[in-house]
Write a protein that binds this ligand. Sequence first.
Ligand code: F3S
Ligand code: F3S
Length: 113
Amino acid sequence: AYVIAEPCIDVLDRACVEECPVDCIYEGDRALYIHPDECVDCGACEPVCPVDAIFYEDDVPPEWSAFIADNTHFFEKPLPGQTEAFGSPGGATKVGRLAVDTPLVARYPPPSA
Ligand code: F3S
Ligand code: F3S
């Protein structure tokens, strides 16, 4: 699957969302996350991100390798304040903004004013 890494945090450009044919890019609070099972590896999202946050899983730069498991974590483990994992909703549009992040993303310092 494709993965969204650190540069998306607090940018949330959302150009990627428009490109995805299977609507598998979900919006958290400070970043977006690609569903690893719903993504069909079409690659359409990757070139449109203005901050180059999106990579095929095998091409994620080493400093951001934790984001591979982190995109999965967003769906497969209960997030802070949640009792159940989101699982596989089968479409991000109907779910809308989830307003929660993985601990990895939530730990990033807020953008400086
Ligand atoms: Fe984030 Fe880039 Fe998409 S900033 S929301 S991954 S277009
Ligand atoms: Fe969608 Fe990008 Fe995967 S456009 S199908 S998330 S490669």
